[in-house]
Design a protein around this ligand. Structure first.
Ligand SMILES: [Zn+2]
Length: 281
């Protein structure tokens, strides 16, 4: 892994001089991507001290070499992978973006409140970079291609499956780590398991659509009990990825390399069977 640390730029430019423009100039292409898809400009977390930023940064860097070793044991080589650490706007755990022909992983350090969040979510974001690198049809260039239901189900399900295997955790931990109480997370997943046939029907009907209201994939709050919103797409995507892995076998690399056309027909097949189990009962 090649790590680029821009947290010191945040400390110097934003904390010490209040100069956001100077901070964003440290990697303009990253901020252009980040503001286009993930965060409103100029709302950095308030009250972050130099020590707090360094503490957050050090929490992430402390785990990186162990994470790289776990990927190596799964025959996924991260030697050339570039990772950017920076302070973002409390809006996303990270993702990957295309820069000079390579997919770079970006990680906003303020989104990692515990060592467990690093051990689970960093492999998830790394998985996105590996997936785009091996199957570039999954990369998005605008809101329409990003929000494509079928693309998001497979990309997020696969990244969650990779994090489960790399971190050695179950689906519920891979999806929520310790961001919410374990009681709330259990209820969240049980509600979706109970309604999985309806959810599969919903996803199938919209598989090739791009919704502006991305509630199927975004966190809409612990008070939102609507099973068709609040990260439900991650639950369904994970079910799809786990089923495909169980039935197809193969390594994580094999799954990451599968073409988008193959994934889409496999995903639709899994969803059809989920839906049919409802009609049978
Ligand atoms: Zn993701």
């Amino acid at each position: 892994m090649v790590v680029h640390d821009f947290t010191e730029s945040f400390i110097e430019s934003v904390i010490e001089h209040g100069d956001l423009t100077r901070y964003e100039a440290c990697f303009p292409e990253l901020f252009e991507h980040y503001f286009a898809f993930y965060g409103p400009r100029r709302t950095y977390p308030e009250g972050l001290t130099t020590d707090a930023v360094r503490g957050l940064r050090d929490r992430v860097t402390a785990e990186l070499s162990a994470i790289e070793s776990r990927f190596a044991r799964a025959n996924l080589d991260l030697n050339q992978l570039e990772v950017v650490l920076f302070v973002g706007q409390n809006s996303s755990n990270g993702h990957a973006f295309l820069h000079k022909g390579r997919f770079i992983v970006w990680l906003p350090v303020e989104e990692y409140p515990s060592p467990l969040s690093v051990r689970v979510f960093v492999p998830h974001e790394i998985a996105h970079a590996l997936h785009y690198e091996m199957s570039s049809d999954y990369w998005f260039c605008d809101a329409k291609s990003r929000n494509h239901m079928g693309r998001q189900l497979v990309a997020e399900g696969l990244a969650t499956l990779v994090s489960m295997e790399i971190a050695g955790v179950d689906a519920i931990t891979a999806l929520w780590v310790d961001y919410v109480s374990s009681e709330w997370a259990s209820e969240w997943i049980n509600n979706r398991r109970r309604r999985r046939c309806e959810l599969a029907d919903h996803a199938l009907n919209r598989f090739d659509e791009s919704s502006e209201d991305n509630g199927f994939f975004v966190f809409t709050g612990t008070n939102d009990n609507d099973v068709f919103r609040n990260r439900t797409g991650y639950f369904l995507g994970t079910e799809i990825a786990k089923t495909v892995k169980d039935e197809l076998g193969g390594t994580l690399a094999d799954l990451l390399k599968l073409s988008r056309a193959d994934w889409e027909s496999l995903a639709k097949d899994v969803l059809q069977r989920m839906k049919a189990s409802w009609q049978d009962t």
